[in-house]
Design a protein around this ligand. Structure first.
Ligand SMILES: [Zn+2]
Length: 223
C-alpha cells in the first residue's frame, strides 16, 4: 500500500480522537475535507499565475482576504486544528493546475526564524510540507536554514522587503543533496514574493536544476 493511502487511513482513524474541523469557522467536517462547504465557497481562488523572481514558475491557491485571514493568523499562533492539512490541500490544487505539475522531486519549506521557533515551537511551512508530501507524492526536505535573522516583513515596503531577505537563507550542510533536482519551495502566505525568490536563488546557487514556488494565499500588496 502506498504512503498516501496509509496517510488517509491514519487521518480517518485519528478523526475519532481529534475530529477534523474547518480552519475558518471551527465547524466539524469530514476527515479528509479541507474546509466546510460554506467557507470553501467564500474563498477567492487565484486565477492568475504568480511572478516570483529566480523561479521557473509559481502558483498560489487563493487570495488573502477577510475570508481566510482569521485561519492564517490562527495558524501562526496555534498549530491545533486542520489548518496545515487544509493549506496543503490548497497548495496541492494550485500545483496540479500549474505548468509545473508532475515536475517536482522534492518539497522545500521556508525555514522559520529562531525567534518564531522559540515562540511557536513549530515551523508552519514545514507542517504544510509534511502533509503536502502525501498529497503530491514527493518527499520534503529541510534543505534551507535561516542564515540571519530578518525583520518582520509585514511592516516593510516592497523594496525594503527584498533587501531584508538578502542573505536570509543558506543550504543545510547535512541535507544539501539538491544537485540537478527539481524543487518546490513553499510558504503559507506570499506578499511580494521576495522570501520565495531569495529561497529560490539560494537553491539554484547550490545546484538545483529547477525551482518552483507555491503559497497557500497571495496577499494583494499595498505599499
Ligand atoms: Zn467553515
Amino acid at each position: 500500500m502506498d504512503r498516501a493511502k496509509l496517510h488517509r487511513i491514519y487521518r480517518y482513524w485519528i478523526d475519532w480522537l481529534y475530529p477534523n474541523i474547518c480552519p475558518c469557522c471551527g465547524g466539524y467536517i469530514d476527515y479528509d475535507a479541507d474546509f466546510c462547504v460554506d467557507c470553501k465557497s467564500r474563498l477567492n481562488v487565484c486565477k492568475d499565475t504568480l511572478a516570483v523572481a529566480h523561479t521557473d514558475g509559481a502558483a498560489a491557491y487563493c487570495i488573502y482576504d477577510d475570508n481566510i485571514k482569521g485561519a492564517v493568523l490562527a495558524f501562526k499562533k496555534n498549530r491545533n486544528g486542520n489548518s496545515y492539512y487544509a493549506f496543503a490541500c490548497g497548495i496541492a490544487e494550485a500545483v496540479r493546475k500549474s505548468s509545473f505539475a508532475g515536475d517536482i522531486d522534492m518539497i522545500v519549506p521556508i525555514p522559520a526564524s529562531k525567534k518564531n521557533m522559540k515562540e511557536r515551537g513549530y515551523n508552519q511551512s514545514e507542517l504544510i510540507a509534511q502533509e503536502l508530501r502525501f498529497l503530491l507524492g514527493v518527499p520534503y526536505g529541510n534543505v534551507l536554514v535561516k542564515a540571519k535573522e530578518t525583520k518582520v516583513q509585514k511592516r516593510l515596503g516592497m523594496n525594503e522587503r527584498a533587501e531584508n531577505v538578502i542573505g536570509a537563507f543558506a543550504v543545510n550542510e547535512k541535507n544539501c543533496d539538491i544537485a540537478g533536482k527539481r524543487l518546490l519551495v513553499i510558504d503559507d502566505v506570499c506578499t511580494t514574493g521576495s522570501t520565495l525568490a531569495e529561497a529560490a536563488k539560494v537553491l539554484k546557487e547550490n545546484g538545483a536544476a529547477k525551482v518552483y514556488a507555491a503559497a497557500f494565499a497571495k496577499t494583494p500588496f499595498k505599499s
